[in-house]
Unconditional design. Sequence first.
Length: 479
Amino acid sequence: MSKISNLVLFMMLFSFMNFISLTSEAKPGKTQQPKYIFLFIGDGMGQNQSYATNLFLNPTSKEGQSLVYNQFPVQNFMTTYSANDYITCSSASITAISTGHKTNNGRLLKSPNTDSTYFSIAEWAHAEGFNIGIVSSVGINHATPAGFYGHQNSRNMYYEIALELPQSGFEYFGGGGLIDSKGKKGDQADAYAIAQNKGYQWINSIEGFNQLKYGNSNLLVTNPILEAEAEFPWVIDSIAGNLSLAQFTSKGIEILGDGKGFFMMVEGGKIDWACHSNDGASMLYEVIAFNKAVNEAYQFYLQHPDETLIIVTADHETGGLALGIEKNLKPELMQYQNISLQKFQKKVEMWVADSLHPRSFEEVMQSVQFHFGLGNAQKGLALSNEEMALFKAAYRNDFVNHTSRKSDADYLDHEGANGLAQTAVDMLNHKAGFSWASHDHTATPVPLYVIGAGSENFTGKMDNSMYFSKFQNLMKRKK
Ligand SMILES: [Zn+2]
C-alpha cells in the first residue's frame, strides 16, 4: 500500500473516530429529554417503498423529496432478523422493537421457548407516567399494535390478545377493530363488551369521534367502516365515510397531549398487505396515507421542537421491491390504477356469479382498461399479443376453471392461479418497472428516519432490538 493511500486511510479512520466521539459525547447530560414520543411503523415499508412513493408524487424530480419523513435530519438503517430466521415476521420484529428481546417468528412478547414474558416500552412508559396511544390501520389486536400490550405464544391468538387490551389501561386505542372479537368460532363472549365492562368506552361513529377531546381516557375508537379482518378499506379505493390514519393520529395528539407527556405508536399496516400481493399502486397510496399521519406529528413537533421525538421506521421489508426492470422505470404509470387488487377481484367474482349476464372477454378487458389503463396506447400501456394471451388465460382461470385466488383469501395466502386482477396488477407493475422478488417478507435492512429531542441517539449501528433501551434512557423520569 502506498504512503498516500495509508494517509488517506488514516484520515478516514481519524474522521470516523471523531464522528464516533462526537456522537457519543452528545449523549450524557446533553440530550434533550423528549416528553412526546411518536413511533411510526410502516409495516413492510422498506427503502424502495418510500422512494417509489417520492417518485410517484413528484415524477419531475429524481430526488423526489415529497414525503415529510424523508426530510428528517437523522436517517439510518437497521437489521430486523428474528431469533430463529434471517427473515422476521411482524410479531417477532415488534417484540424486538418494543421489548429489546429477539424472539421466534410468530411469538408475541414471549421468549423463543415461551417460558418468559416480556414487557413493552409502552407498558414501561405507562408505569412511568406517560399517556399511551396505540393506532393502526389494521386490526388493533394484529401483531404490530398488539406488540405493545399483548403477550401470547402465538400472534394468531387474536381473541386472547383482545382480552389483554383493556388490562393495559392505555389511554387511547384508535383505528382498526378487534379481529375475532367473539373468538375463532364466534362462540365466545364479545371482546368489545368485555372491554366496555372493564371501563373502556368504545366509539365507532364519526359523530362520536368528533366529540372526543383532551381528557377523555380509556378509549377504544374504531373506524366506522372496517373490512373483514377489522382493517381499514384500501386508501386507493377512496371509500366514503371512513376516517384516515392521519385523523386518528391528530385525534390521539388532542386526547393525549397534555403536560404529562405521551408515547404514541402509529402503524400503517396495509403497506405490508399491498406488498404481499405485489400491488404496487395500492402500496403507494398506503404510504401516502401513512406520510399524512406522520405529518400530523411533524406539525406538533414544530410547535414543541425541544420536547418531541419522532421516529419513522418499519418492522421489515415486504415483497423484495426493486425499482427498475431492464433500465425501465416509470412510476407515473401507476396513476392509471384506480382500484385495489382485492376490490377488482371482488368485482370479477360478482361477474362470475352473475349467470344471467355472462361477461365476454372483450367486456372484462374494457374494465381492465378503465381501472388499470392497460390496453390504452396513448397512456403508454398498449398490450402485445403475448400480454393479451396472459389475460385470456387469466379470464379462463376466473370464468371457466374457477381456479383463481379469491378476494377473501387471507393476505398471506397466495395459493391459486392468477386471475384477471392479479394479472392486471402484475402487468402494470412490470410496465412501470416495479419488480417484486417475493410475496413475503425479506431480510433487507429497513430505514429509520428521526427528528427531534434525542434524535442523535439513533445514529450508528442499529438493530430492531436497540430501541427499547434507547427509549428507556430518553424517557426515564427523575423520581
Ligand atoms: Zn407481512
